[in-house]
Structure formats: structure tokens, C-alpha cells
Ligand binder design. Structure first.
Ligand SMILES: Cc1cc2nc3c(=O)[nH]c(=O)nc-3n(C[C@H](O)[C@H](O)[C@H](O)COP(=O)(O)O)c2cc1C
Length: 394
């Protein structure tokens, strides 16, 4: 799949970050994120636009958050289906950014006059006399999203409050099922996809999504609760799309090829996701895995857990390792071409003699073995990961 990231890791690592360094996004990461947004085969037609724009390092645009240099504006038609699709597309972009070591935060309350002054083309809607047509209030910039590097020192009381009081709180599954009695019967893979869905961000952490299923769990329906009172604001429909995107990419990560239908019920958007059957693994993948499967699997676990433990910032080096080496184990998910190109380029940087698939596999095993669990302890892992950073720096 075109540029897809490791869904579980990205979903588990994503947090709404409200403290950014003022640095711009590195060129390589920016190129990869833009390419993903342009080329990812979203599973429906849409007219959502994502515009990147530069901002001043002040609190003018996001009130409590000092804006980083790079930001995205999510521009959408305002009917429930379009808003849901914008949530879906915006969140896949957020997860892709996370997989590249970047921090993000969906922002619904941005100052339109400031956006107009820093980037008039990013502001669509009645507040922009250049772009809007007040007689047709059907399209607008519904949210913005700062994208940059986490600044730990910048955490203030508000950030800590939001992080501990709202950010990690999630409803339990039984509260989110239209029919709680279905819970014990939910198949394992669908349970995993729902768990990934429940980790979605939502405006004021409302988690308005509710799950239901049709017979035999052939499809998962994600919509607003039956007694939901329609708000004037756009966010509940955006939230539903965000949650659907998590469920969708969780299923992709399990090798399903899900189909998606989007429709409305009681004026709210509903996503119906058909997991379908798991796609056959390609012979190529089996061939590639046959060689050092033990080392690669062990290394993958160690690299992932060390990445998680290293924290968001120092993680960049370890993440590069993981991102770079995942393709050698998951060519089906990443696309064989992209996987090989990325992995080969990185492996020849380590040793020019490392060529082709065998070279990639050998290098993967070698690098993973450097992140061996025998070197227990956080500090040793950190040191090892840091020694690897220069290898993966462009
Ligand atoms: C559509 C949408 C709008 C949001 N608007 C804001 C906002 O204006 N300001 C803010 O600080 N956080 C905003 N958030 C972030 C939520 O507060 C956050 O997702 C939620 O508290 C869960 O925390 P987490 O994202 O760290 O898991 C928004 C999230 C979504 C999905």
C-alpha cells in the first residue's frame, strides 16, 4: 500500500502535542508527508484539500499554543459526509506525520484573522473576502494542525492538565457499542481494529463514536450515538471520520483489504467498513522472511519497544531505524518497490557492499542485533539507538 506506515506504532505514539520547537520540518520528512497526502489511495472520492502553510512563532493563531513554522489547514465542504471524509484524510496525514517522528495537534479553535494574515490561501470561508462567497457558505477551513518537533521544556500547567486530565482518558468499549451484549462475540481482528479506533483524537476528547455490526461481523458501522443532538459545529462528524481512519488502517495492517461506504443517518455521517478477506501474502514476502526470520522478528520487537521507551524526541533516530527496517519485513504493506528502495539505500550507506535483497536482510539483522535486549536497561538502549542515528541521517 502506497506509503502506509506501521499503523499500531503510529496510533500508539500519537498524542496531541501543544508545545513545539520553532524549527521547520526537515526536507525529507516534509517531502514524504506531502507525497503521502497526494498519492495515498483513500478508499472513497472526496474534495478535501490539505494546504501546508508557514506561521509566525507566536500564540496568535492557536491562542494557548505557540505555532511551529509548518502547519496544515484542512479545507472541507460542510455537509456531514464531506466532514467525515476530511476527518479520515486529515487523521491519516496526522498518523503519517507521527510515523515520521513529527508531532501534531488537531485544532478547531484557531484565530481566522491571524490565518488570513499569515496565509490567505489557507483560509477558506466567509472570513476571507478574497476566497469566500458569503452567499455560498458550504466550504471552509474547518481545522488546522501544527506539525513540528515536540518541545518538552515548553510544557506548561495547561499542557500538563490537558495531558493528564483529558488526553489519555478513553471510554471503555462497552460504552461505545450500540449493543453491549455483542462484546464477547467480537472476533479478535475486529477487536484489535476497535481498540485502535478508540485511541483516536476527538474535539474536547468527546469520543462521540459508537460501533455496531451487521450479521456475522461482515461490516463495522461507526457513527454518532442514536440520541446525539446535532450541534452546529462541525467536529462530531470530523471525529467519526478520524475514528474510521484508525479502524481502516488497523485492518490494513492485519493484511485485510477493507472496503468503505460513507452515508448519513439522522444528519450525522456513518462509515461502514467491510474488512473482507485477508489478502494472500506475496511469495516475495515469504522468500524474504525465510532467511533470518528469528533475528528479524526479535529485532523488530526490540527496536519497536526501544523506540517507544525512548520518548517522542530522542525517538527520531530509533524511529528512523524502525521505519527504515520495517519495509524489509513488511513489503506487502509498504509496497515492494518503496520497501526495497528505502531499505537498499539505507543499507548501502552502512556498507556499500550490501546490495539487493540479501544485503538488505543481512543489514537488517545486523542493525537489529545491535539493539539487542541483552543490553538491558533504558540507558544502554538509548546509547545504542543514538549511535545509530548518524547512520540514518540523510
Ligand atoms: C476535530 C478536533 C478539534 C480539536 N480542537 C482542539 C483545539 O482547538 N485545541 C486543542 O488544544 N486541542 C484540540 N483538539 C485535540 C483534543 O483535545 C484531543 O484530541 C483530545 O483531548 C484527546 O487527546 P489526544 O489527542 O492526545 O489523544 C481537537 C481534536 C479534534 C479531533
Amino acid at each position: 500500500m502506497n506509503g502506509l506506515f506501521d499503523a499500531k506504532t503510529a496510533i500508539e505514539n500519537r498524542r496531541s502535542v501543544r508545545s513545539f520547537k520553532s524549527d521547520p520540518i526537515e526536507g525529507e520528512a516534509m517531502a514524504e508527508l506531502s507525497k503521502f497526502i497526494k498519492t495515498f489511495p483513500f478508499p472513497f472520492q472526496h474534495n478535501t484539500e490539505i494546504k501546508f502553510f508557514k506561521s509566525q512563532p507566536t500564540k496568535e493563531l492557536y491562542y494557548t499554543i505557540r505555532a511551529p513554522e509548518d502547519n496544515m489547514a484542512f479545507i472541507s465542504d460542510l455537509d456531514p459526509i464531506s466532514l467525515g471524509k476530511t476527518g479520515f484524510i486529515g487523521e491519516l496525514s496526522v498518523l503519517k506525520a507521527t510515523s515520521l517522528g513529527l508531532s501534531t495537534c488537531w485544532i478547531g479553535t484557531f484565530k481566522k484573522s491571524e490565518l488570513l494574515s499569515v496565509s490567505p490561501e489557507a483560509l477558506v470561508g466567509v472570513d476571507n473576502p478574497g476566497i469566500s462567497d458569503p452567499s455560498v457558505m458550504s466550504r471552509a477551513t474547518v481545522c488546522c494542525c501544527p506539525v513540528g518537533y515536540f518541545e518538552e521544556k515548553g510544557l506548561r500547567f495547561y499542557d500538563r492538565l490537558v495531558k493528564t486530565v483529558f488526553s489519555l482518558n478513553r471510554k471503555v468499549l462497552s460504552e461505545l457499542l450500540e449493543e453491549p451484549s455483542a462484546e464477547p462475540k467480537i472476533p479478535q481482528d475486529i477487536m484489535f481494529a476497535l481498540d485502535m479506533g478508540m485511541r483516536s483524537p476527538s474535539a474536547v476528547n468527546m469520543q462521540p463514536w459508537r460501533f455496531s455490526f451487521d450479521d456475522n461481523f461482515e461490516s463495522i458501522l461507526i457513527g454518532l450515538p442514536g440520541d446525539f443532538k446535532p450541534f452546529k459545529w462541525a467536529y462530531p462528524n470530523i471525529d467519526i471520520g478520524i475514528c474510521a481512519s484508525h479502524v481502516y488502517c488497523a485492518l490494513l495492517s492485519l493484511d485485510y483489504a477493507p472496503k468503505v461506504e460513507v452515508f448519513t443517518k439522522n444528519n450525522g455521517v456513518v462509515f461502514r467498513i467491510f474488512p473482507g478477506k485477508k489478502v494472500m501474502k506475496r511469495v516475495f514476502k515469504r522468500k524474504l522472511l525465510r532467511r533470518p526470520i528469528k533475528e528479524i522478528n526479535k529485532g523488530k520487537t526490540v527496536a519497536t519497544s526501544s523506540a517507544n521507551r525512548l520518548g517522542y524526541n530522542d525517538l527520531r533516530g530509533a524511529l528512523r531505524t524502525v521505519i527504515a527496517l520495517y519495509p524489509t519485513t513488511n513489503p506487502v504493506k509498504f509496497g515492494v518497490g518503496i520497501a526495497l528502495r528505502t531499505a537498499t539505500a539505507l543499507c548501502t550507506k552502512i556498507d556499500p557492499k550490501n546490495k539487493g535483497v540479501i544485503g538488505v536482510v543481512r543489514t537488517a539483522a545486523l542493525v537489529y542485533s545491535k539493539l539487542d535486549t541483552k543490553q538491558r536497561g533504558f540507558n544502554k538502549l538509548l546509547t545504542t539507538a543514538k549511535t545509530l542515528i548518524p547512520v540514518f541521517r540523510p
